[in-house]
Design a binder for this molecule. Structure first.
Ligand SMILES: C[S@@+](CC[C@H](N)C(=O)[O-])C[C@H]1O[C@@H](n2cnc3c(N)ncnc32)[C@H](O)[C@@H]1O
Length: 214
């Protein structure tokens, strides 16, 4: 299976209309946790089992991963979780605008594709435009959690967030980087990195009360 797709290719620039929350969820008013780049889906499956009063959405640009995640979800019989195929940089904004006020409580972006080469930097998933879509829809005190094993990438992501007025970085015990995953469930990539004993950089941001200005 190909490891990366180029999100800027013509094919992935076509907007997809994602099903509304009332089609996705029986209890469509429950708070929502969005995981961007949900890959094989194990992280959200575990969280959805543990948190029946939340709705979870995994967004993924590789269609085959969405199909296999959905298959696993159905086997477990989870009604509070859905995996959706899309390029978040193109299709997420419209879906977010359909949510109730205060409904988007958590967004996680974990170990996103690094796109190291300078000429590929525009392929990185977190950019100002995606951040603003999240900021516009997220409730006050909502959580934006990011983690990666690549320092240059997490530094870039935290700079994008720090440069906006909408999020405050949470500092734990005087430390800038969190030692543990706050959701106490590890992603596939996280487990792989932990096994190698390599460092992981994690940061939590909280949506502050700044009104969204377009
Ligand atoms: C390195 S993997 C990490 C997967 C998972 N979060 C983890 O920690 O194990 C990054 C995932 O993000 C997905 N992805 C990359 N760009 C995306 C985009 N623009 N929209 C949606 N998913 C994207 C990739 O296909 C890939 O599955």
């Amino acid at each position: 299976m190909r490891q990366h797709v180029n999100p800027l290719s013509h094919f992935f620039q076509l907007p997809l209309s994602l099903p509304s929350k009332s089609i996705l969820f029986k209890n469509s008013h429950h708070p929502i946790h969005l995981d961007i780049g949900s890959a094989k889906g194990e992280f959200l499956i575990e969280l959805a089992v543990k948190n029946p009063n939340w709705n979870f959405v995994g967004l993924e640009i590789r269609e085959s991963l969405v199909s296999s995640s959905e298959k696993k979800r159905k086997q477990v019989g989870l009604q509070n979780l859905r995996f959706l195929y899309c390029n978040v940089n193109i299709s997420l904004d419209e879906w977010l605008s359909d949510l109730d006020l205060e409904q988007l409580k958590r967004v996680s972006i974990q170990f996103p594709d690094p796109w190291f080469k300078r000429k590929h930097l525009k392929r990185r998933v977190l950019n100002k435009s995606l951040l603003y879509s999240i900021a516009r829809s997220m409730s006050k005190d909502g959580e934006l959690f990011i983690q990666s094993d690549i320092f240059k990438l997490i530094e870039y992501m935290s700079n994008v967030i720090d440069d906006s007025i909408y999020f405050d970085r949470k500092v734990f015990k005087g430390l800038k980087w969190l030692e543990q995953n706050p959701y106490q469930v590890s992603t596939d990539r996280e487990l792989f990195v932990l096994k190698q004993n390599l460092p992981i950089y994690r940061a939590m941001y909280i949506r502050n009360s700044a009104l969204f200005i377009n």
